[in-house]
Design a binder for this molecule. Structure first.
Ligand SMILES: [Zn+2]
Length: 250
């Protein structure tokens, strides 16, 4: 936040985030506010206060949040019962940036073809109407899997796997994939960036290990907040940190 230091001070502590200049949109102390959202709001307020035209990045209708998705799975309600017991449902553990999405308390064990396992594979809820395991290539190599690169939900003919829960096993005939890197956005964002659902963008990541990720799949929906999902291989390759500058381009 260095570039705003001369205009305002931002205190970030264990209790939340406070600004000491009047803002048109005050935000209640909230530990869960993503740094990119705070920066976006500060930038807009500062430019408004200075009466200066907004730079292109601040003209965007929404802040850009980039998050790393660690390996996880999506399951149907039926499979949750097979793995955890009759009548069992997912319990939210941590709410994600996309509205209504959560990491569940429940985790499963994924068993690979040579009996190597990944334990504590997080389930993301709510339940879906398909079963899918999303791994980074490094995870797949460790397990001995060969997995295809797919858009989420497109699992036809993908890799098979075995899941183990406290109450049972579930043999997945398919569904183990490496998910394509993608960006969730509202149609307003798609209009601003000049892209369409199913199209592709680039994500430019700054910092000492900066890189550009091509072929970022655009997923547009009125319920989506602007958020890029990359996997742990991609996040680690550029050492993505909360203050790493990121930019979407076409
Ligand atoms: Zn996503």
């Amino acid at each position: 936040m260095e570039y705003f230091e001369i205009f305002c001070k931002i205190y970030i502590d264990g209790f939340g985030v406070y600004w000491n200049i009047p803002f048109t949109e005050m935000v209640a102390p909230n530990n869960n506010l993503h740094r990119a959202v705070i920066e976006y709001r500060v930038r807009q307020a500062v430019y408004q206060r200075l009466g200066r035209p907004l730079p292109r990045v601040a003209e965007a209708p929404n802040p850009l949040v980039v998050n790393v998705s660690a390996r996880h799975c999506h399951l149907t309600a039926e499979v949750v019962e097979i793995l955890f017991g009759k009548g069992r449902t997912l319990t939210p553990f941590k709410w994600l940036y996309q509205e209504g999405q959560f990491a569940a308390q429940e985790t499963v064990t994924l068993i690979g073809p040579r009996s190597r396992v990944i334990s504590n594979l997080r389930i993301l809820g709510p339940c879906r109407n398909f079963n899918q395991v999303e791994l980074a290539y490094t995870d797949a190599i460790a397990l001995g899997f060969e997995i295809p690169l797919r858009g989420s939900g497109n699992i036809n003919g993908s890799t098979a796997g075995m899941l183990m829960g406290p109450a049972g096993f579930f043999e997945m005939p398919e569904g183990v994939i490496r998910a394509m890197r993608h960006v969730h956005m509202h149609p307003d964002d798609a209009a601003f960036y000049g892209v369409k659902a199913g199209g592709e963008m680039k994500l430019k990541i700054g910092g000492p290990c900066g890189l550009v990720l091509d072929r970022l799949l655009v997923r547009a929906d009125p319920n989506f907040k602007l958020e890029v999902h990359i996997d742990t291989d991609e996040g680690n390759a550029c050492n993505l940190q909360p203050d790493t500058p990121c930019e979407l381009t076409t």
